[in-house]
Ligand binder design. Sequence first.
Ligand SMILES: [Zn+2]
Ligand SMILES: [Zn+2]
Length: 380
Amino acid sequence: MSLHATEQLINWRRELHRNPELSNQEFATTERITGWLQQGDIRLLPLGLKTGVVAEVGQGEPLIALRADIDALPIDESTDRPWKSQHPGVMHACGHDIHTSVMLGVAHRLKQQESSLPGRVRILFQPAEETFNGARQLIDAGALEGVQAIFGMHNAPDLPLGELRTRPGALYANVDRFIIRLHGKGAHAARPQDGIDTIVIGSQIVTALQALPARMFSSLESVVLSVTRFSAGNTWNVLPQSLELEGTVRTHNDAIRAAIPQKITALINGIAAGYGASAELEWIAGPPALINTPRWAEFALQQAQESGYRTQVAAPQMGGEDFAFYLHQVPGVFVSIGSASDFGLHHPAFDPDESIIGPAVNYFSQLAPRALAAVDHDRQ
Ligand SMILES: [Zn+2]
Ligand SMILES: [Zn+2]
């Protein structure tokens, strides 16, 4: 990336950062991205998206895709940077402004080499990653049609600049959410024998749920169950009639994921019945585990080394990423690139180092034509 071009991308990143928009409301962001792509005469696909943009460079086959996410979070920024968010309560605290500027740079770079590109590169600027429904919207709009491999990145504040990690197979987890509703019988706090105390039963359910990862699945499998909300009652001298528990389950293995709702149901029904209460489970399935195609993971690491990154094979993580939806449809890989922030993703003081941008543009601009060549080789 030339110095001039990198400065331009940093300016664009700062403009995005000053003007963050929440998931599915990225209207001004979409307009900005569209304008910046049009400045380079880059072709846009008419997919009829409410927010988000899909661009394409090159001609013919094969076709690969690159993806950036564009949405921000409901967080009040606490940095004192000149490019701090101008929208109170909304912040690019996950660095999607960085990802967007990187893929803008790649689009412009590839456009300059368009005549020598051995195929087409489609660049997805995806809305609503944080709410895990943006990838689905793009897939439904046809953004993956004809795509033979897809590549994406996330900045990693805990990694130093110049470091890139990924792994073959499961990188991120299945992300599921649950709500448990308990129905007992209200009573005066002084006469618990007249009621069915949902707080005591709910407490036992929280404890019992901890045995699910520890005692119902092999210790070699990754299962995390966290209860994150325990809501009941509204005063000091009444035992509440009902109670709600909420939380999340994270897994990597699909068979284990599928077995968990029945196990939770059996546990909560058994405990509730022992006290004459009743319980029900609402299970809200989120994005699937992100499973990198081994061959493309090795390719991405190899390209990274050739591009000057220090590389490491990442450990699997229990977080989620809606790029996983793409990888359920086409092969590909998602990589983490060091952004060296003292504060982590989703923190109000998150402040990634902008010098991540130039090398990342170089990396994907070099990877894309080589991936086209490798895809084509596959078909012969
Ligand atoms: Zn995030
Ligand atoms: Zn993110």
